[in-house]
Design a protein around this ligand. Sequence first.
Ligand SMILES: Cc1ncc(C[n+]2csc(CCO)c2C)c(N)n1
Length: 217
Amino acid sequence: MNWTDKTWEEIKPIYQKIIEMPFIKELKNGTLPLQKFQFYMGQDSFYLENFARSLALISARAQNIDHALQFIRFAEGAIVVEKALHDSYFQEYGLDNRGNIEPTTHHYISFLKSTAALDQVEIAMAAVLPCFWIYQEVGNYIYNNKVDKNNPYQNWINTYAGDEFEELVTKAKNICNLVAENCTQAQQQKMTQAFVTASHLEFMFWDSAYNFNRWSN
Ligand SMILES: Cc1ncc(C[n+]2csc(CCO)c2C)c(N)n1
């Protein structure tokens, strides 16, 4: 079994918890209160900016020039998604500014940036993979189980459904499998641990938006 298939097995319980969480259920049904989505969008703007910085760092540290090219393209993609938030979705969903970096966002972006800067680059590649892969799975889940044609969040949901995004995720997975082949068992385990941590943080990111977790409430 390749590294990605093995690793997905590890996070299946986390993924299941994500699919069942109220944020995702209500996003799928179109009943998510607007304020919770606004909180999420504001935090996601910080996340995307710093996710892109982490990807650019990974690109700079990648040993293989094709991987460097791919990661710098991922970084560009994340900045483009952030710009789409600021330039169109903020207005569409009535948000005038992104607010402050709240605890879970702070935790997640600190984890990504420190991993990208200080850990072995293969571990950093594993740490950013759940961002792609979980969104693809959740996007497909929402798309395949949609209930209401007039979901107010449909435009945003569409960002993560579709073939173009799927291609991106396949590229990210393939790179992880290729680099894992040249890692020792111990290094592969560290890659898996980074993937699991990021998956927990993906759960927390939605959960914290649903509960408006702030430094001070
Ligand atoms: C907390 C959080 N995690 C993952 C994504 C998804 N995502 C953001 S950018 C990108 C790839 C673009 O190169 C993907 C898949 C998100 N929006 N917010």
